[in-house]
Design a protein around this ligand. Sequence first.
Ligand code: NDP
Length: 799
Amino acid sequence: MATVAEIFKTMEYGPAPESDKEALGWLGKHERVFGHFIDGAWTDPGRTFDVINPSTSKTIARVTDGTKADVDAAVSAARRALPAWKGLTPHARARHLYALARAVQKHSRLLAVLESMDNGKSIRETRDIDIPLVARHFYHHAGWAQLLGSEFEGYEAIGVVGQIIPWNFPLLMLAWKIAPALAAGNTVVLKPAEFTPLTALAFAEIADAAGIPAGVVNIVTGHGETGAAIVEHPDVDKIAFTGSTEVGKIIRRSTAGSGKKLSLELGGKSPFIVYDDADLDSVVEGVVDAIWFNQGQVCCAGSRLLVQEGVADRLLAKLRARMEKLRLGSPLDKAVDMGAIVAPVQLERIRTLVQQGVDEGATMWQPSWACPTDGYFYPPTLFTGVQPSSTIAQVEIFGPVLVSMTFRTPDESVALANNTPYGLAASVWTESINLALDIAPKIKAGVVWVNSTNLFDAAAGFGGYRESGFGREGGREGMWEYVKRQVSGPRSQVSGKTPPSPQRPETRDLRPLSSDEMPELDRTPKLFIGGKQARPDQGYTRRIYSPSGEMVGEVPEGNRKDIRNAVEAAHAAKGWGRSTGHNRGQILYYIAENLAARGAEFAARIDAMTACGKRRAKQEVEASISRLFTYAAWADKYDGAVHSVPIRGVSIAMNEPIGVMALVCDDAFPILGLVSLIGPAMATGNTTIVVPSHSYPLAATDFYSVLETSDVPDGVVNIVTGDKDALAKVLAEHDDVEAIWYFGEREGVKQVELASASNMKRTWATWHERDWLDRAMGEGRDFLRAATQVKNVWVPYGE
Ligand code: NDP
């Protein structure tokens, strides 16, 4: 008789196939050919393209390549459906979202199988991860729909939302987009990826049957051009996109100046950091989930393994042993770990990048077993001996390829982790909670998982820093992407009207002084850089006139070099972000105090420049002092949150400063406009480069000495005067500026948004008139939110 040990040695996995009968039945019902789903009905199929099962390379259906006319029809349907949908009570919309959650659960197996056939991912994942998370998203957002009136008071739906999603988590990405959009009262036009359109179409049918009104959810299939038609459609109010950074940049540029709200969830090259006290067996399972989950086709895949030198050999040996045991094969086999790559083009991309890694001198290792040859399979792959600057360490491979590097100290691990233009996610593995929570804030990423990886939940926001995009999906933070402030009456943003430019005098020559006046003592402001009044790079000066044509002063004409110096100074001052909220508040109070002490002088200056009248000038100074108080108050109160995620542990949502922010002021209120921007930026820990009011910059130059006497650390506020739009362009193009706010004219907005695509900096650019005296418009959470980004740190606990 065989011993148990012998049985274990010879035990093979038997086949455990999931039936595809139901899914084939659903495809058959549609004769395997689909039109779009618009206005609650199927359109007739147009020009179609094939949908391939990547694990068999067989065609399973044909879908329609959406044209501009199809997108037009979908957008019109969404527009028509908007008033009624938006007009429902929150409770009524909550019922609809609840019905969607239930419907997804009722059809969960059909959706799981269809997803697996369409994408090539294993049924284990679609059944246990994708589809349950889809249902969870609709449940969670049924809750936000219910609470909309109280929790988002004063906000309303944005309108018609265009949503474009990738192929790696087709139905989950749909849920991440559609659930918050509908909860907030928007209607949508969604384009699934060309490789994976089927579950979106099935969802449309399920949603229709669940009673979602016609036109609220419209699905248009197609290629990139169809996506572009949605992006460029003039009647779309917001674009939400998930996909490559390359296409994200195209979308940023093509929506520049359009007034469309934008959220982008882009690529990543996320670090998976292992310190020498980590539990290495858990780490191995973590790596499996980080990079071999979904064949590594995950935007937040832990694709860079960074290991502390002392444990590297031991970990890599364990990892190779584990890779040898991974099972790759038919995705519908329930005992398979890895399925197929989505399409030949993606397989080819992976092969090319792996070859490049080998050519660049890294060592490649793959398990000894062979991949199936029918479909598009690629084995789990490990690279060692990788240079941090090499292609495979920098480029998103989007396949099951792990590159490993070593480090010696925690500081070095942070430097390596941040050595990427991306900033989507990170995993930190250590048994020391002190170390984990010290490292988490230092990593530039929207999500940090402690001793865990690839955890997602509808209650916790997900999204990137830097070139991984902006905006969050999930949680309260994700809901903000789908609402806008309610406004009453016509807004210039809507009509495209720009605020009137201040009157410029015809003649620009110096007026003679009246004979009974002493010549004034010359006051020649400089720039304010690194805490010092700095001479401008070039010797040009801009004269400042009052509306009646009197010269009231001169300011330096800042240029590219001055901006460069200011950015450098702002970076050097980044310690500000680590100071306590209390400390930042104290300094803001102190600025207010010093401004108050010179209030009369500032009011006189404002009146001289703008001829607004003494009363109004005084009012502006008073409002500026109050505004500084507001942000001094907020500095220790703009808290994050602890999200209730369904794990034993917590997800801590921390509001982090964005970093170095450019603040470009409008003309309307020379000093109030300025403090309204530096207040929230400083309160939340950012350092700033300010371009003050173009026409009335002298209040800003007077402000230098207020800053100097208020203990503001050098470089936290830098002020460069000059041609507003020329300076804004330089700032928007600058790769070391991480966010730009621009208040001005429509052309300027467009220019800033276009140029910002270079490093995907966060922008808040608007041309609508803003009454800075109005507290509802001029201060508060909108500003604080725009000055921060949310990092979710997942901390599981328990022995
Ligand atoms: P894309 O960014 O090209 O595609 C994402 C979605 O955008 C798809 O629906 C696509 O349509 C659509 N699209 C493409 N071009 C445009 C455009 N100009 N305007 C509007 N929409 C457009 O990613 P790919 O699918 O081509 O994958 C390429 C690479 O991107 C991958 O190898 C991977 O590195 C990365 N990627 C990253 C993802 C992430 O989540 N971070 C997800 C997917 C890919 P269509 O499907 O027809 O191309």
